[in-house]
Design a protein around this ligand. Structure first.
Ligand code: 5GP
Ligand code: ZN
Length: 117
């Protein structure tokens, strides 16, 4: 399924819900998290509803994850947070704290983030 009409992030990609575009190409859309947990908190999402989470990845979808990480690396440089470092997070399903079931990568930085937990 490439679009899920009930999916919040599909609606954001379709501009049915407003967001600020930080980056967009044919494959990915990047926008700020509405509840930022750090001075820089971006969400990197495939424009298509290709999988709900890492746990739902199918054989052959490995390149999508690699491309998301590569996009995060480039965005961190663009945002000026690469030298000091940053955090990349995939929340996975209920216990992982995932709320939106459209795969997304959190890019957090701009301050020391400390240990997890
Ligand atoms: P998850 O917990 O699923 O990994 O992350 C989903 C993220 O989406 C949360 O950090 C939440 O703050 C963010 N979010 C939820 N609704 C909206 C929205 O309407 N706009 C934006 N920009 N972010 C949202
Ligand atoms: Zn979706």
């Amino acid at each position: 399924m490439l679009k899920d009409p009930a999916c919040l992030f599909c609606k954001i990609v379709a501009r049915e819900i407003p967001s600020t575009a930080i980056f967009e190409d044919g494959e990915f859309y990047v926008f700020p998290d509405i509840h930022p947990k750090a001075p820089v908190h971006l969400l990197i999402i495939p424009k298509d509803h290709v999988m709900a989470s890492v746990a739902d990845m199918q054989d052959g979808q490995e390149e999508i994850l690699g491309a998301m990480l590569h996009r995060a690396k480039l965005l961190a440089e663009q945002q000026g947070i690469a030298d000091q470092g940053y955090r990349l997070v995939f929340n996975v399903r209920h216990y992982g704290g995932q709320i939106v079931d459209h795969i997304h990568l959190h890019l957090l930085g701009g301050q020391p983030l400390g240990p997890l937990g």
